[in-house]
Design a binder for this molecule. Sequence first.
Ligand code: ATP
Ligand code: MG
Length: 404
Amino acid sequence: MDFSIPAGCLALMERLASCGYPSYLVGGCVRDLCRGVAPHDYDLTTSASPDEMKRVFADFRVIETGIAHGTLTVLSDGEPYEVTTFRIDGGYSDGRHPDDVIFTPSLEEDLARRDFTVNAMAYSPSDGLTDPFGGQADVKHKIIRAVGEPERRFSEDSLRVLRALRFSSTLGFAIEPATAAALCKLAPTVTRVSPERIREELLKLLSGKSSEGVLLAYRDALFAAVPALSPIGEKWDAAARAAGGLSSDPVLALAALGLSLGENGVAALFRALKTDRKSEKRASLAVSAYSDGLPTDLFAAAAFLIRYGEDTARDAVLLAKAYGDGNAEAADSAIDAFLATGRPSTLSELAVRGDDLKAIGIPAGPALKETLATLLDLASRGETANEKNALLAAAARLKTERKR
Ligand code: ATP
Ligand code: MG
């Protein structure tokens, strides 16, 4: 076994070794190296205590973000590396976080606290792979298996229920039967976990290439773990298939999952997961626009774009495509065709401003707003050219019409 490891990371390992401390790559990066996939980051674990690490890395740039848990972020060759002291977790009286962190001189003990066998391997160029729980074989057979007794491990930390589903989705691994049974049993305890952590795992699950299969197979566990999903009820299977087609865009995948809940229901789902306002707005607007009916001709596309804007319009089309809606292609073409005309669909694209209209005697207030909206409408349909003089002439006509 010979993995290629970034020079900056090797420099940290060599420094620790020269000071008498063994260190290992650990967690997701070892799993990914075993899969033959480039890790997105490299985490290290070492016997050095946090204070010892600070001395060892005195001449490196160090960020003490997770120092209470024994984690130091060290910059090496321009990249940040998390280096964590070997540790075991204390008791889990709340099923959410360990009561305290206990440092240990044993790598094996550190690996034993980890969630799944594929995440519980360590590697160093000098010692090779340390794999006490059969992680390498599980990588090979594409299996997510709890380290140790599954029920106990899920009771200790309920978030692991969602982590199992997340890894199954992102890695395309099956969940080993005893692990699956335990996660289904303990799914209701996930409600004790903070919405932010639940959201993070759920969005990662939705970003996985195997999300559809996981959503379909673990519907009841997900309803129990995330009760805000349960109103989707019997619409779940169709929703899961649609979400599966949107894994490159997990926020939109979540919107697709909640589509049957309507605009307000989707907003409530996003709020229950404490999602940022921007994502919540994006999702509920996409659902609202899609429910409104997609445009299939140029005029309808103009009105749709004026109402929702291009971003929401495109999101609505993506929802339609994900649901296999027969109008999706026609809507996409109608929107493209409208945009290709160069006609305006927003007030900022219109060749007159409010001030221009005031100058020809239209008073500020509702009349002005209404006139601008009508001019945009006319220009978007090509009935009036988007040129200042043409628009002012149209505004003047509208003014006399209103007087009558
Ligand atoms: P990713 O590629 O998504 O970052 P990862 O395996 O690195 O996957 P992280 O959430 O970054 O996942 O966690 C890093 C490692 O820490 C895991 O591989 C696992 O060994 C351990 N770990 C993280 N969270 C838990 C947990 N809740 N319970 C037990 N071990 C955990
Ligand atoms: Mg990670």
